[in-house]
Write a new protein. Structure first.
Length: 379
């Protein structure tokens, strides 16, 4: 596709030299040089100074360059108008159709995209990116069979163009052809040396489609492939949670917290859910945010009925201001009640105002009454 552009630049450079000798300005040639250096606005302004009525103006080159400049400025519709004018005035390089195809795709004019690619003839068949564009244009038009056939043909011609497998993966997902999607993802991950981000995209897409087992299969491969990626480890953990494999998920979160300390909190939480009391507390102790550490520690103590330990934290809860959190206050009140300190429990309960916790406080008070009336009922 760059052949046409390069020929314009070379011709333009020569023109500048020739016209400079005659003390004339070749605006077309100057615009070509400006475009080469990335000055698209200035190139466009320069082209606007061209007198198209002069017989000396190379119209095919002018309109082609104008189309290229406008394409760079993302004025795709105007660019294609100029490309068509270039063709009408004798431009014979079929590369121009490929630029028009790309612009039409940006304009979501997918039928035109396919048509222009067809007009480019054999030139289009030699460019993998153009074939991928053609397939996606078919897909956007709901011509799913044509899209898949285009990619199948393209893979025969370019068997190591791994991006085709990535593209087809998403098509297969939309068609609910999950095993085919998994196969293509496997090929891509094995040969294309993808980033962890790309692999995570594959896995999340499979997961969102409800194919948890296939997502796990992909994620296990990715977790081995990207050993230092905590995000991959965490995603695999979440997939195990989806399967209610809590212990396996907890072990993975432990691994992730070593790879990246921002996962320490989640690791402690998963250890709590996995009933790993000692490990949950150990992970919790590594947290730097004091308030978050205390909140989670209380949750761990509640999970394992360690009410004395919650009561022992009372000073820290008041000092840190966490006691103003009504969930924390209720947990402390309930812990006082659980160890038989009813006076301290009532002292905290009376400060609860949130409707749901107020109702719970009422139940605790009823239980305290029963305990005071019949000591053995609370043993």
């Amino acid at each position: 596709m760059m052949k046409l552009f390069l020929s314009i630049i070379i011709t333009a450079a020569l023109s500048v030299v020739l016209y400079a000798k005659k003390n004339e300005v070749d605006f077309v040639a100057l615009a070509a040089l400006l475009m080469k250096d990335g000055y698209y606005d200035r190139a466009n302004e320069t082209l606007n100074q061209v007198d198209l009525n002069k017989s000396s103006v190379d119209l095919p080159r002018y309109y082609t360059l104008k189309g290229l400049v406008l394409s760079k400025k993302k004025q795709y519709k105007k660019a294609n108008v100029n490309f068509l004018d270039a063709l009408k005035n004798g431009q014979e390089d079929k590369s121009i159709y490929l630029y028009m195809a790309q612009n039409s795709y940006q304009l979501k004019e997918y039928k035109n995209t396919i048509s222009y690619i067809k007009n480019a003839g054999k030139l289009a068949d030699e460019k993998p990116k153009v074939l991928g564009l053609k397939a996606d244009a078919h897909w956007k038009l709901q011509n799913h069979e044509n899209a898949l056939e285009t990619l199948k043909t393209a893979l025969k011609k370019f068997p190591k163009q791994w991006s085709f497998y990535k593209q087809r993966f998403y098509y297969f997902i939309e068609l609910n052809l999950y095993q085919s999607a998994l196969d293509d993802a496997g090929v891509y991950m094995k040969h294309a040396k993808p980033t962890a981000k790309t692999s995570l995209s594959f896995i999340n897409t499979m997961r969102k489609s409800g194919e948890t087992n296939r997502a796990i299969e992909l994620c296990e491969t990715a977790n081995l492939q990207f050993e230092s990626s905590a995000e991959t480890t965490v995603l695999l953990a979440h997939l195990y949670i989806d399967k209610e494999m809590i212990q396996a998920a907890a072990d993975l979160f432990d691994e992730a917290s070593i790879e990246d300390t921002k996962y320490i909190k989640e690791s402690a939480e998963m250890m709590r859910r996995a009933s790993e009391f000692t490990l949950a507390l150990f992970k919790n102790s590594q947290m730097l945010d004091t308030k978050e550490k205390y909140k989670q520690r209380i949750a761990i103590f509640l999970e394992f009925g360690e009410y004395e330990r919650i009561v022992a934290m009372k000073k820290e809860l008041y000092r840190s201001g966490l006691i103003e959190n009504e969930d924390i206050r209720y947990a402390l009140a309930y812990s006082h009640y659980s160890i038989g300190d009813y006076v301290s429990s009532e002292s905290e309960l009376k400060n609860l105002t949130r409707p749901d916790l107020f109702a719970k406080a009422t139940e605790v008070r009823k239980n305290i009454e029963k305990c005071q009336d019949n000591f053995w009922e609370c043993q």
